[in-house]
Write a protein of this length. Structure first.
Length: 598
């Protein structure tokens, strides 16, 4: 080793390379060698060694992310999907698994893998507005990916991984900021909504600058092969040629393809589809039990009093439907608990002018509530929990009912924790841990039930039923999902001779909603009535009916209408069978269809 200057030594490595060492480093090493130490801390050395080992990639084909994820155990088809996107599709793919097979998990695996390999840093994830927080929670908790929900304009540039709705990203002033950025990866959920290239959403995504791109949809094609062409062109322009050549090479009619083998070959380069079918993995059964309860005389008197009040207010307004839902909500609250309707009536009393004839009628109802000591539904819940003798989640629509149930359960010796939308994330996580490890019962409101996974529980009580079937399915989806190892028992409580009984009849008998897969339910509700929601339609129906018999007749007609929509949708699926066959040929059958018991 020869000195090259006052502070540097040069050591020849070979004929072409020389290693340069600073004098201070060499002298310190020499001193330690002469004294046999002191050397660096052994624990720190081990940590450094392990860190180096962890950063080594032994095989390009193996996923490095699997040792870095928590709170989720990916299924084999999800791991295979991530590998295929990484090794064969170069980070641009349509994840087209059938509903319920975990496309979000697949996207999380792929994103995590690209981050670990240093290939991705800046990410934009566009999802329906109602799913933004769910995506953030899943990425944070399961994949340790620091995703944030967009709230302020500065976040587009300062945050590396942003989750936002399409409408938020494409509108001013966000649009120019987003289009001005370069993204390493773009992920779009519910991507079938981009099937029309003439829409502003399609044009916006086309203009986004992205290196890798994942499109998630269970229905990449529904009615027209052009939809499929548009999606793939958005993902990988030119993959299927120009539109005219695609039409001539692969299309006989909009639903009938030709050269199927060649088309499947081209699709397999950009699309992965896993299906529900025979295999080693399966969804457990849904066992549905409807319990119709008879109200006590005092509770029945309150329901009839509130019903008369609601009808009177509606007639006094001259049949104004603008307040239809709020009026009918009073009846629904009575069916849930006296506490729920009590708070609403007290607030209504405070806001009603003193000279209004409605004021004394409201006060009469408040006084009637004070005389009610029992709660028929709560008593039934206690008996059910004793019968189940296991963990149970109870869903209610009303915060007051939740608080009443918490108090009532404690009085009867059951350990219970609440879960609701108003809690911050830390408290929600704490409640979940308490339910998993200590408490027997979780009492959740509607807002609190979004985006939580409760596979460790397989018993659910609907203390009161939402009028929107999708919200019922969301509740059930908290426990009946991939990873559930037990049959799921669903108990629906309804009060006899009230609007609850009619709604249960509609959901269970007319719509058969407990037998529908969620994609089919989505289709029915989308086609039902674009001018008003099902809840509004039901409220108007109840307010304008003059008797229970008339309500029953309207419910029967509504059920018939929904059945017709379902049959029409099924017919369209049959008409599009050639399209479905092409898609299904892309993936292997892996999962049993959901089974339902009456």
């Amino acid at each position: 080793m020869q000195p090259s200057g006052p502070n540097e030594y040069i050591r020849p490595f070979n004929d072409h390379v020389q290693l340069h060492f600073g004098r201070d480093w060499f002298e310190e090493l020499h001193t330690k060698a002469m004294r046999n130490g002191p050397w660096d801390d052994w624990t720190l050395y081990q940590l450094a060694y392990e860190a180096e080992q962890a950063s080594l990639i032994s095989s390009f084909d193996e996923l490095q992310c699997l040792v870095h994820i928590q709170n989720v155990t990916p299924m084999s088809h999800q791991i295979d999907t991530a590998k295929k996107v990484l090794t064969e599709m170069r980070g641009r793919a349509i994840l087209a698994d059938e509903v319920g097979l975990g496309k979000t998990i697949e996207a999380g695996l792929i994103l995590k893998e690209y981050i670990i390999r240093g290939l991705v840093k800046k990410v934009l994830i566009l999802v329906p507005a109602s799913l933004v927080l769910q995506w953030v929670r899943e990425l944070n908790q399961k994949f340790a990916i620091p995703a944030v929900a967009h709230k302020k304009a500065y976040m587009w540039e300062q945050a590396d991984i942003v989750v936002a709705s399409m409408d938020t990203a494409k509108r001013d002033p966000h649009r120019d900021i987003v289009l001005g950025l370069e993204y390493d990866m773009l992920i779009i959920d519910e991507a079938h909504k981009l099937k029309n290239k003439k829409t502003t959403n399609y044009q916006f995504v086309t203009e986004l600058r992205k290196k890798y791109c994942l499109l998630l949809t269970a229905t990449p094609v529904q009615n027209d092969l052009k939809e499929l062409y548009n999606l793939i062109t958005l993902l990988k322009p030119g993959q299927l040629g120009g539109q005219s050549s695609f039409q001539s090479n692969y299309v006989v009619d909009k639903r009938i393809p030709k050269n199927e083998d060649q088309l499947q070959h081209e699709l397999s380069k950009v699309m992965i589809r896993n299906r529900r079918s025979d295999g080693n993995i399966h969804f457990t059964k849904r066992v549905v039990r409807n319990l119709t309860l008879k109200l006590s005389p005092q509770e029945q008197a309150l329901y009839e009093g509130v019903t008369a009040f609601v009808k009177g207010r509606f007639e006094d307004s001259g049949g104004d439907f603008s307040s239809a839902l709020s009026l009918v909500t009073l009846q629904r609250e009575v069916c849930s608990s006296r506490d729920a309707v009590f708070l609403t009536l007290v607030n209504m009393f405070k806001k009603t002018p003193e000279d209004s004839p409605a004021r004394p009628r409201i006060w009469e109802l408040i006084e009637l509530i004070r005389s009610i000591k029992a709660n028929t539904k709560a008593e039934a819940v206690i008996e059910l929990i004793k019968e189940i003798n296991d963990k149970v989640i109870i869903f209610t629509e009303y915060r007051a009912s939740q608080e009443y149930l918490m108090h009532y359960l404690k009085e009867h010796g059951f350990s219970a924790v609440p879960y609701r939308g108003g809690m911050n994330r830390g408290k929600k996580d704490w409640m979940m841990d308490l339910f998993r490890n200590r408490a027997q019962v979780l009492v959740a409101t509607e807002a609190g039930g979004e985006g939580i996974n409760l596979q460790f529980c397989h018993n659910m009580i609907n203390f009161d039923l939402p009028w929107n079937p999708m919200r019922v399915e969301q509740r059930i989806g908290r426990v009946h999902r991939l990873g559930q190892t037990h049959d799921v028992h669903i108990y629906n409580l309804a009060t006899e001779g009230t609007i609850e009984q009619y709604i249960l009849s509609l959901l269970h008998e007319k719509i058969n909603m407990f037998e529908l897969v969620i994609g089919e339910l989505d289709t029915i509700l989308e086609r039902f009535d674009k001018t008003q929601t099902l809840e509004t339609h039901l409220a108007k129906m109840i307010l304008t009916s003059r008797s229970d018999e008339e309500i029953r007749r309207h419910i029967d007609e509504l059920g018939h209408s929904i059945s017709s929509i379902r049959n029409e949708a099924l017919q369209q699926v049959q008409d599009a069978a050639p399209l479905t066959m092409i898609l299904d040929a892309l993936g292997q059958p892996i999962i049993h269809d959901t089974e339902v018991l009456p």
